[in-house]
Structures are given as structure tokens and as C-alpha cells.
Design a protein around this ligand. Structure first.
Ligand code: PNS
Length: 161
């Protein structure tokens, strides 16, 4: 079975990577799909190309993971590609309402579409891309939060010179 792990991945964090890895062990093929989150449109730090490159490098050891991006609705991408399952990570209770709303809306748009949630690892419960961007831009250490292979690129773009 092929599943989609969707997100804005601006940039990918260790939390995302953990969910992608666990999905890749459960399913035949995982498409990591970069989409636009309309609520974060003014806050994007990395281009689609940069985000794709970061994910490709971070998942290079996972043979059944591919990366794609789409400038439209997740439900339309899923329908177009005949994929019926979304896998998302769920961190704290504060994620729940928004994630639940998205799952229900996606199913309204494409009734075959189911969303499966994977509980975030306890190490990553409060980790987010926005937190990483804030720490990097204020000169903090992001080593524990992002894959090693992309850390320098993030700091080069956002870190204090
Ligand atoms: O990593 P994020 O920002 O929490 O991911 C949210 C994302 C990008 C998956 C969501 O905003 C999305 O699906 N955007 C694409 C547009 C869409 O389908 N919107 C309707 C979802 S209810």
C-alpha cells in the first residue's frame, strides 16, 4: 500500500523524520508530499526546491520513500494518484482539533481518503519547524532538532552571521 505523509516541512525536523521512518516500515511506499499551509504562507523560509532537497537527503537510506510537492489540495493529489491513505504525526492534544478538522475535510473532498495518526515520539512532542526556525535565527543550537545532514544549510540561511 502507498501512503502520503503530507506537510509543509519548512524545514523537515527530526519529528517529521521519525514519523516518515515509522510509516516506511509499515507501508510499501511512502510519498512525502510538500504542500502549502495557507496559515503559514507569510512565514515560509525555504523554497519548495530547498525543502525537497532537505527531505531527499534526510531520507536517502529509506528505499521506499519518495518526495514530491504539489501546489493544490491534498485531496486532489491523492485522488489524481489513486492513493487513499494519509499518515500524519500527532504531538500534543493541541494538535488534535486542527488535525481532526483536516482529516474530516479531506474525506469530504475525497470520500475514499482515510487519515491515520502516528503518536509522536516523546522526544519530539514539542518540536516544530517554527521552533527550529526561531532557534536558528536567534543563534541557538538546533543539533538535536533536525537531521545532521541539513543542519548547516539551515544555519547558513537563517542563522546569525
Ligand atoms: O506541516 P503542516 O503545516 O501542519 O501541514 C499542513 C498541510 C500542508 C498538510 C495542510 O495545510 C494541507 O493539506 N495543505 C494543502 C491544501 C489543502 O489540501 N487544504 C485543505 C486541508 S483541510
Amino acid at each position: 500500500m502507498t501512503v502520503i505523509c503530507p506537510g509543509s516541512f519548512d524545514p523537515i525536523t527530526n519529528g517529521h523524520l521519525d514519523v516518515i521512518k515509522r510509516a516506511s516500515e509499515m507501508f510499501d511506499r511512502v510519498i512525502v508530499l510538500i504542500l502549502q499551509n495557507q496559515q503559514k504562507i507569510d512565514k515560509n523560509a525555504f523554497s519548495y526546491q530547498e525543502r525537497m532537497d532537505f527531505i531527499n537527503r534526510s531520507t536517502k537510506d529509506m528505499d521506499n520513500v519518495v518526495v514530491d510537492c504539489y501546489d493544490g489540495l491534498l485531496a486532489h493529489y491523492a485522488k489524481m494518484n489513486n492513493i487513499n491513505t494519509i499518515v500524519k504525526g500527532l504531538r500534543a492534544v493541541s494538535d488534535f482539533e486542527n488535525e481532526f478538522q483536516q482529516a474530516v475535510t479531506n474525506k469530504d473532498l475525497y470520500p475514499k481518503l482515510e487519515t491515520i495518526f502516528i503518536a509522536a515520539d516523546k522526544q519530539n512532542l514539542f518540536l516544530s519547524s517554527s521552533m527550529v526556525k526561531q532557534i536558528a535565527s536567534l543563534g541557538g543550537d538546533i543539533s538535536d532538532f533536525v537531521p545532521k545532514c541539513i543542519k548547516e544549510d539551515i544555519l547558513n540561511k537563517l542563522g546569525r552571521k
